[in-house]
Write a protein that binds this ligand. Sequence first.
Ligand code: BGC
Length: 515
Amino acid sequence: MAGGAFADQGPVRHYEGRVTAFVLVTCFVAAMGGLLFGYDLGITGGVTSMDPFLEKFFPSVYKQMKAGVHENTYCKFDNQILTLFTSSLYIAALVASFFASATTRLLGRKPSMFLGGLFFLVGALLNGFALNIAMLIIGRILLGFGVGYCNQSVPVYLSEMAPAKIRGALNMGFQMMITIGILVANLINYGTAKYRQGWRISLGLGAVPAFLLCLGSLFLGDTPNSLIERGQHEQAKAMLIKIRGTENVDEELQDLIDASEEAKEVHHPWRNITQPKYRPQITFCCFIPFFQQLTGINVIMFYAPVLFKTLGFGSQASLMSAVITGVVNALSTLVSILTVDKFGRRILFLEGGFQMLICQIAVGVMIGLKFGVSGQGSFSKVEADVLLFLICAYVAAYAWSWGPLGWLVPSEICPLEIRSAGQAINVAVNMFFTFIIAQIFLFMLCHMKFGLFFFFAGFVVMMTIFVALLLPETKNVPIEEMHLIWKTHWLWGKIVPLSRMPSPNVGYNRKAINL
Ligand code: BGC
């Protein structure tokens, strides 16, 4: 799903070829999938804080907000139907990703992307023209299907089209596109909030990149890997020549064919992954996405404007604050891309965890001191600025640690024979907890009040200890040697049987991404 799902640790072989304009255009169109996911993540927060939107679809929340029905500020927005509007997308994405995985494998990456784009297009239009709550929720579910299909196919498409030397950067590039999508959504909300029907523009504009993705994927070629997987070797060769810009592609073609053959022998990735020798992988594929969501990041991504409004910021100030956190998120992801292979994953995880912890505690204390348990209070201008600064520092820490690494690490530690299962677990756990956080955050805020920030801080402590004790450094470790890192680890060394030998071709076959 989100996040370039496929790590690549640098080429084992160097094939001839250059980065052609064809490949760049192709990848640009495909990357629209990441942008769309980010757009949907970012757009709802602003929209659910707009009065005309609430008045039309959630009159009870609107009334309770205006009339101060809830004397407690923390509960202003607590409404399960309102959160369902945000969260329905993720449960739909979770369901769709299981179908998408079969479509991507059997019919190719291109039809999956086209379908994903189509779901986005119809979903965005339904939302933009929504007359009632049913249109709104059905639209969100269709957007969720779009997310499921695109997040399954786009990262695979990107990593298979790109030459090996830029594949790693593309992996994180997908996360970059997500953050850009979130930022664009924040900016659009800021612009449209002034108008009564502005929310329609915000929700409907998602149709533009969706249309580009649909149109583009009609003209895009499928990847050589996918063509080979479906027995079309001649077309695969023609496509390789086109994307590598050279006639000399026989070696790469042969490797792809070998890889595809070997991938076909992997009959039971689900059974494989439960073997004791894959304990570390299954542990990380479950816990990394769980912890990523338990950082609390989507509280900010989904509900920043609502949160800022709850804390007494004005409407425009709330939306502007969301734009600021969006900029910080995108820029800090860039920091991660530039440093991850130099400093390693662990240091980013540990520093990120420490910084998030400090910020969460400080935010919890500030809100606790000002609003207490009763929820009565307000911030001065300076205090509001300090609060915004702390939230930005928290977002920055997330964006160079758990954001991109939450996708990179699970994908790079799984050898071919369990990769499809590992990736599916990672996506499913991520979507499930994204749904949970989206659904219960406003309820938790109402009941746990400022303590909510300490709740997430507690999880940040746990995840940082988890990484410190259990995650070995994977920087610069070629995929085919990844099994060695467990052997020397104090705990995994005892659990992973010593007989574990790498399958001889796994190094070449990392291209046979077999989801
Ligand atoms: C997460 C999303 C989150 C985004 C924020 C992604 O890695 O999976 O849930 O909204 O990062 O940038």
